[in-house]
Structures are given as C-alpha cells and as structure tokens.
Design a protein around this ligand. Structure first.
Ligand SMILES: Cc1cc2nc3c(=O)[nH]c(=O)nc-3n(C[C@H](O)[C@H](O)[C@H](O)COP(=O)(O)OP(=O)(O)OC[C@H]3O[C@@H](n4cnc5c(N)ncnc54)[C@H](O)[C@@H]3O)c2cc1C
Length: 417
C-alpha cells in the first residue's frame, strides 16, 4: 500500500465532498490549513444537485423548538446560533451567489441547485483544494498524533480528520452510512439510524381508491395511547398511504415509533377549516338544499371527488344513497370520518426514498463549540452523520453548513495554535 506522507505543514483530511465537506474545506483553506478532500463517488456534491427538487432550498429564516430533532436537540440550536442563516447567505454571497426569499425559504436566484454546487467547486478550484474522487475511506487509525486514513489502495496521513460523509439516505447520491460506521469503529455511540422526511404506509384498502389525491388536511400522530406531533398543510394520498411535505415533517416520529414496536396511528382531519359541529351542520344543510344528490355527489361540494367517494364507502354507505335519506347516525359517521380519519401506520419508506437520516453519532460525545470528538482528539464531525435531523425547509443544509463551518474554524484555530 502506498503511503502519502504528510510534510511539516499540519494537514486536514475531509471525508466526503457534500454540503458540509465543501463548505468546511473552503473555510479551512481560507484560514491557511492544508486540506485534502476524499470523496467516494465519481464526482463531488451529487446530493446538492437533487435538493429542493433541483432548486435547492438553501436555508430558512424561521425556526422553532421542533425544527431540529435528535436525542439532544439543544446541540443543533447551539451550533446554528454560531453560524445562522444570515451567515450562510453572506458566505454564499462571498462566492458570488445571490438568493431569492419566499416566506422565509431561501433559494439561489438562478433557481438551480447546480449553481450552489458550481460556486462551491469553483471556489475549491480557485483555492487549489484537492478533491480526490472514487476514494472511499474504509478505515481510520490514530497513531500517536497522526491519523492514518485508508482507502482501498492508499493510506493518507493527517493531523486532523473531519468526517462529513452524510447519513444513509439516497445512497445513489453518495452517502451510504460508511462514515458513521468509521465513527463507531473509533469508539463512538451511534443513535439508531432511521429514514426521516419520508412517506408513511397505511393499513387497509382506503388508499388504493384515493391514490393521487392532494388535499389540505391536518394530521395528528398517536403513538401508543399518546398524541404526539401534529401538522397541517397539503396531504398527498398514494396507493400505499400518505406523503407530502406535511407527512415528511412528522415521519421521523412515526418511524421511530414503529422501530420501537409501538402502535402508530395517523388521525387525519380532511376538513381542518371546520370543527366537527360545523362539518355536521354542512352535511345537514346539503341534505336540505340538494336532496336529489347521492352522498358522494353532495360531498363533492366540500371534498375532492375521489375522496368523497372513498369516504362514503369507508362509512359502509351505498354510493347511490340519496343525501335526503341520510340518517342522523350516518351523518355522525360521515362527519366523524371526515374530521378524524384514523389510519394505522404499518411501515415507512426505506432509506433509498428518504431525504434525510435521523440518528447518527451521539451529540453527547461531540464538543458543541468545536464539533470535535470528546473521545478522539483531532477528529471532527459535521452534517447529517451527526444525530441531528431538521424538518423540511432548508434546515438540513443549514445544519450541514453551520456544523461544517464551526468544525473548520475550530481546526483552523488549532492549526494556527
Ligand atoms: C432528494 C433530496 C432533496 C433534499 N432537499 C433539501 C433541501 O432542499 N434543503 C435542505 O436543507 N436539505 C435537503 N436535503 C437534505 C440535504 O441534502 C442533506 O441533509 C445534506 O446534503 C447533508 O449534507 P452532508 O454534507 O452531511 O452529506 P452529503 O451532502 O450527503 O455529502 C456526503 C458526501 O460524503 C461522501 N461519502 C460518504 N461516505 C464516504 C466515505 N466513506 N469516503 C469518502 N466519501 C464519502 C458521499 O459520497 C457524499 O458526497 C435533501 C435531500 C435529498 C436526498
């Protein structure tokens, strides 16, 4: 095996040329650190190209206590306060990238995620940062004060290692969980990984009939007997269950619930703008004004057509029953189903179809001010491989940028000594 010697200059190896790896490489190099980036794919930053449906939702100016999740949520907020959305915007402006804002969500002005990757790579090239592709790091050893970083055919030496390999989601875009495994081999606790920001699979045939429907709805999750999270927005019904941004935002709680063998139910309110009594009144009003309509036809005045039909069948009512013949019991049942449709969540989309990975290197073993391991001096972490996951809205890139920047700055301070 060929050994690449570190010369007298202190060297940083960054494992992974994704969002956090590229930002940290730029910051470290700007501060005079000798940086080498190793990337397992044939080109850097593939995932960035796929973000925000190809438009890249870079960051967001709004956040609350549920924006970031993980065993110790406060860790993420602590780091993000040190490099927040305004710092992200200034950083990209320094690369010549300007943004547009929509309700707090920020996107590149070009409307293209590829611009974000381009400006990062052009800056890396300008700073002469070597990014070696098709170099998957498979082992890391610490000997005295140096790291040995192994790929299949080479061993690189460095004084600092920053792991930026991402989670396990969407492996075809690069991240395969391998740097989380490296952290584990170096003695770190790993919070169980779970697909997050993903679709959920519901029990029963209801969804076969409503596939393709998009409606405004409200969902509450019930895990065992406790109502936990809720969200409101556009719900997408698929042939296997529920999807869309609103579901993505709730999904990690449902996924962990299922992984822990708990009973997980979604309670869907298909008419969130009316309360139960108002919904019932509307049905009784329809009975009065359009007695000649069938129940699904009458419901169409209030609900999506496919959904109206499926709800009628779900309530065991004949689809040709005229609304004038609807009994009070039937009216109660319809209102109850529209306002509180309960579905058991049986499964979830796997890592390949999830946008983000929850879990990862335990934040208990990372210094929040530096992103350095508390166990291995000189080893740092950034991005999705850490036990921090954000909800939808630019928060995961923000986390990757903030944690990458904090790690790079700490390493730079160490090097400058
Ligand atoms: C379809 C999709 C859309 C998304 N849209 C958005 C969005 O609009 N806004 C948002 O905030 N977030 C979005 N995300 C999430 C966001 O892209 C990630 O959270 C973010 O890219 C994580 O950054 P990272 O640097 O930790 O990891 P990544 O960007 O995944 O980069 C990790 C890199 O490390 C490399 N690597 C892994 N292991 C090794 C190894 N052993 N050796 C060498 N290299 C290795 C990988 O190939 C990869 O290039 C989206 C994700 C997906 C999948």
């Amino acid at each position: 095996m060929k050994k690449e010697n570190s010369k007298s200059k202190k060297k940083l190896i960054i494992v992974g040329a994704g969002a956090s790896g590229l930002v940290s490489a730029i910051e470290a190099k700007r501060n005079g650190v000798d940086v080498l980036v190793l990337e397992r794919m044939d080109r850097p930053g593939k995932k960035i190209l796929a973000t925000g449906n190809g438009k890249c939702n870079l960051t967001n100016s709004f956040y609350d206590k549920d924006t970031y999740r993980g065993e110790h949520r406060e860790f993420a907020y602590h780091t993000i306060h040190k490099f927040d959305y305004q710092n992200v915007l200034s950083f990209f402006e320094s690369l010549g990238l300007f943004v547009v804002e929509n309700n707090g969500y920020y996107y590149p002005k070009s409307g293209q995620a590829s611009t974000v990757l381009d400006v990062l790579l052009l800056q890396c090239r300008h700073l002469n940062i070597p990014i070696l592709c098709q170099k998957e790091v498979i082992k890391i050893k610490k000997k005295n004060n140096e790291f040995e970083v192994f790929t299949a055919d080479e061993c690189y030496l460095s004084h600092y290692v920053l792991l930026c390999g991402g989670g396990k989601s969407n492996e075809k875009l690069g991240s395969n969980g391998s740097t989380i495994q490296l952290a584990k081999e170096l003695g770190h606790k790993i919070v169980p990984l779970a697909p997050a920001l993903c679709a959920l699979h519901g029990k029963g045939n209801f969804f076969k009939e409503t596939s393709g429907v998009r409606v405004k709805a409200r969902i509450r999750l019930k895990i065992d007997e406790t109502y936990t999270e809720w969200n409101q927005g556009e719900l997408q019904l698929t042939d296997y269950g529920i999807s869309g941004v609103m579901v993505f935002c709730l999904s990690r709680y449902a996924v962990y619930g299922i992984m822990e063998k708990k009973g997980v139910h979604a309670h869907i309110d298909f008419m969130p703008d009316l309360n139960y009594d108002e919904c019932k009144e509307k049905l009784l009003f329809l009975k009065k004004i359009v007695p000649y309509k069938t129940i699904p036809q009458a419901l169409e005045g209030l609900l999506n057509q496919k959904l109206a039909l499926a709800i009628t069948k779900f309530c065991n009512m004949k689809t040709d029953l005229l609304i004038k013949d609807m009994t009070m019991d039937q009216c109660n049942k319809l209102s109850g189903t529209i306002k509180n449709f309960q579905v058991e969540i049986m499964n979830f989309a796997d890592f390949s179809k999830s946008q983000v990975t929850a879990g990862g290197v335990s934040t208990k073993q990372i210094h929040p001010d530096t992103m350095e391991s508390k166990l291995v001096k000189g080893l740092y972490f950034a991005g999705e491989m850490v036990d921090v996951d954000g909800t939808c809205g630019g928060y995961n890139l923000q986390w990757a940028f903030s944690s990458g920047m904090i790690a790079a700055r700490s390493i730079s301070r160490e090097v400058q000594g």
